[in-house]
Design a protein around this ligand. Structure first.
Ligand SMILES: Nc1ncnc2c1ncn2[C@@H]1O[C@H](COP(=O)(O)OP(=O)(O)OP(=O)(O)O)[C@@H](O)[C@H]1O
Ligand SMILES: [Mg+2]
Length: 236
């Protein structure tokens, strides 16, 4: 359903992605792993159109979405949950969730239904529905960012480092939630992570980015067994 073909992305004169290709199929969870600065976020931003590609192309459900404006990608159902927790700090949890559905014309019943879905996944958010998002803990803000991403029934959801800076028990909760989102509505997922083991454990396939190039790709179950990947990304 998503097909990235040989994209080359630059920041000024500096090239960040080199002939990068990747695919995501129906219902799939795909992980993208790599060291700091490898180009993971750049790739996500290129898919949704924040970064422009000089050559190559991106197709989504048969539509050419190469270099289209990010808000058009949102209307196409591609949701990006960015690195860091970009919630609206002065607004309540509930309003933050509603903002996630701005591209939809929900009735108030549909809005309620979608919020309940998020609350089922993250009961802590329900308890804190009226609390200002900026006063939530880091883990709770991440849950909110993920929940907000679900509000629009995305056709594809991109998670950028959802585990960053979280305690191990919260990390587990976050990955469980991502698997749940994928199962609930068969939503295809791309997950970008430095926590390579976790991301590979929950994904069907993995792409490894090294210095802006895809160095390895394949079934996550196979890459998890690869001595080279183990040494470089899984701590031996
Ligand atoms: N707006 C920008 N202007 C110039 N260079 C940039 C910009 N954004 C990213 N880069 C550079 O592009 C390269 C890839 O960055 P990117 O953010 O995609 O890496 P990443 O794999 O997401 O890293 P991390 O794991 O640290 O988030 C880095 O060398 C970075 O410094
Ligand atoms: Mg990044």
């Amino acid at each position: 359903m998503l097909k990235v073909s040989d994209i080359n992305v630059f920041y000024g004169k500096v090239q960040a992605l080199f002939d990068v290709s990747m695919e995501v199929g129906e219902n799939e969870i795909v992980s993208v792993i790599g060291a700091n600065g490898a180009g993971k976020t750049t790739l996500m931003k290129s898919i949704i159109g924040i970064n422009k590609t000089q050559t190559g192309g991106i197709e989504f459900n048969g539509k050419n979405i190469t270099n289209q404006k990010p808000h058009i990608s949102i209307y196409d159902g591609i949701v990006y949950v960015p690195e860091g927790r970009e919630v609206f700090p002065e607004m309540s949890v509930e309003i933050n969730l509603e903002m996630g559905a701005f591209s939809k014309k929900y009735s108030s019943a549909q809005m309620q239904e979608h919020k309940e879905e998020v609350y089922q996944l993250f009961p802590r958010l329900k308890e804190r529905a009226k609390q200002k998002a900026g006063t939530l803990s880091g883990g709770e803000q991440q849950m909110l960012a993920i929940g907000r991403g679900m509000m629009s029934d995305p056709a594809l959801i991109l998670f950028d480092e959802p585990s960053l800076g979280l305690a191990p028990v919260i990390v587990d909760e976050m990955f469980d939630a991502i698997v749940e989102i994928n199962k609930l509505k068969n939503t295809p997922v791309i997950i970008v992570e430095q926590n390579a083991f976790m991301a590979m454990s929950i994904s069907n396939r993995t792409y490894v980015l090294e210095n802006g190039k895809i160095s390895h790709s394949g079934l996550s179950s196979e890459l998890l067994e690869s001595p080279e990947i183990k040494k470089a990304y899984l701590g031996g």
